[in-house]
Design a protein around this ligand. Sequence first.
Ligand SMILES: [Zn+2]
Length: 102
Amino acid sequence: MNELTNILTTVASAITLLTGTAKLLPTSPERKAALLALEQAEQAIQQANVRLAADLGYNLCQCTFPPQIALRTQTGEMRCPSCHRDTNEDYAPMRSGFRPRR
Ligand SMILES: [Zn+2]
């Protein structure tokens, strides 16, 4: 799993570098197409990161799409990096075997 995380991080860094380089190109249809392709590649990497996080048991927050990956704070809460909500509120009922009604 750690190797997969490293691969995703490396690919994301490469996309960032390529995006920076593509922005140096003169305005043209080719520049626009390159930036669009890189944006789609970045979204694909983000979706792969979310899938990996879910497989590893991280809480996901649905305040954005793709979802945000909640990280544990020093006080033990699983906070969303975007809306700062404690996502343990969503997961506690499911972890106790109770499924909330939708
Ligand atoms: Zn959120």
